[in-house]
Design a protein around this ligand. Structure first.
Ligand code: BTN
Length: 319
């Protein structure tokens, strides 16, 4: 409802609208409107109110609205359709819904905040209001379902390149697809797939990038292990960063589809901060150490323990 109220004010183009009119048009009580406007004020929106004329929106904070994104984009299809939400449980869940309804390839779902952002291995993902880019990209690749891990690897390559272009030249990929800067996590990626035996219906690439979160604002459990552009000394424009990442993702995706996957694998290797390192692998009750020597075409990490080369399909790898 808050999105609809905001949309209503945007359409009013800086003119006053009465609470009674909004209430009638959006079928919601005047008290509810008042509450929503108060929340918006807390989030940096500025409204002028007049007892006779109602409210008008006079300032909207720096947000990732479709118009803002479009002004920075250089892609053909990625990000050309945007579903924009002020707040949602998880953009991955929203993306799944619209993908099932037929949303076209390249559509993104972007939210200013996620209430229950999902991470890998059933963990949560901290996604506070306007302090990061929380989005999901819908893809409909020509790969076979068993090749879906290609998307995981190419996602990491595209995102890492976009991050580097925006000033963090030391960003690197930690297997399978976290992006680290100076050993701390800046980006998390969670890829989902829906497929039949022979065909991928859709892939959702869910990407979360910390931009404006200060060190002491991260939840305590990952405060030490996480970073953001702001912590690294860069006040990044979120729309330019999103546009840079979508541009790099589009390039890498078309390489993977048209030129074959070896190039993507090489790009991943070149950006990796895992390969060549001594790592600890934890998967369920199993735990071992060894040297990360390569990845294979399925995206599995190859770890030489000294006695054998283990193939890591899933789990936690710490450097
Ligand atoms: C991880 O690091 O474990 C993966 C985190 C993925 C987070 C992104 S934010 C956008 C999208 N929506 C979600 O609920 N998760 C992904």
């Amino acid at each position: 409802m808050r999105n609809e109220i905001l949309d209503y004010f945007r359409k009013a183009d800086g003119n006053f609208v009465s609470g009674q009119q909004i209430s009638k048009d959006l079928h919601v009580s005047r008290t509810a409107i008042w509450k929503h406007i108060n929340v918006l004020k807390e989030r940096g929106y500025i409204f002028e109110s007049s007892t006779r004329k109602g409210y008008r929106l006079i300032y909207a904070p720096n947000l990732l609205t479709p118009l803002e994104i479009d002004s920075a984009l250089h892609t053909e299809t990625f990000g050309r359709h945007v579903v924009y939400l002020e707040s949602t449980q998880s953009t991955n869940e929203e993306a799944k819904k619209i993908a099932r309804e037929g949303a076209e390839e390249g559509t993104i779902v972007v939210a200013e905040e996620q209430i229950t952002g999902h991470g890998r291995l059933a963990r949560g993902f901290y996604s506070p209001f306007a302090k990061g880019i929380w989005f999901s990209l819908i893809l409909r690749p020509k790969f076979f379902p068993m090749e879906a891990s290609k998307c995981t690897l190419l996602a990491a390559v595209g995102v890492c390149r976009g991050i580097r272009r925006m000033g963090l030249a030391d960003a690197g990929i930690k297997w399978p697809n976290d992006i680290l800067v100076h050993g701390k996590k800046l980006v998390g990626i969670l890829t989902l797939m829906s497929a039949s035996m022979e065909k991928i219906d859709y892939i959702i690439m869910g990407i979360g990038i910390n931009t404006g979160i200060k060190k002491n604002e991260f939840p305590e459990d990952f405060r030490e292990g996480a970073t953001s552009f702001l912590n690294e000394g860069i006040n990044v424009s979120r729309k330019d960063l999103l546009a840079a990442i979508l541009g790099e993702l589009e390039k890498e995706y078309s390489i993977a589809q048209d030129e074959g996957f070896d190039k993507v694998l090489d790009d991943w290797r070149a950006l990796s901060v895992t390969l060549g390192q001594e790592v600890r692998v934890i998967f369920g009750d199993d735990s071992y150490t060894g040297k990360a020597v390569d990845i294979d075409r399925d995206g599995c990490l190859l770890v030489n323990t000294g006695s054998e080369v283990k193939r890591v399909i899933a789990g936690d790898v710490s450097i």
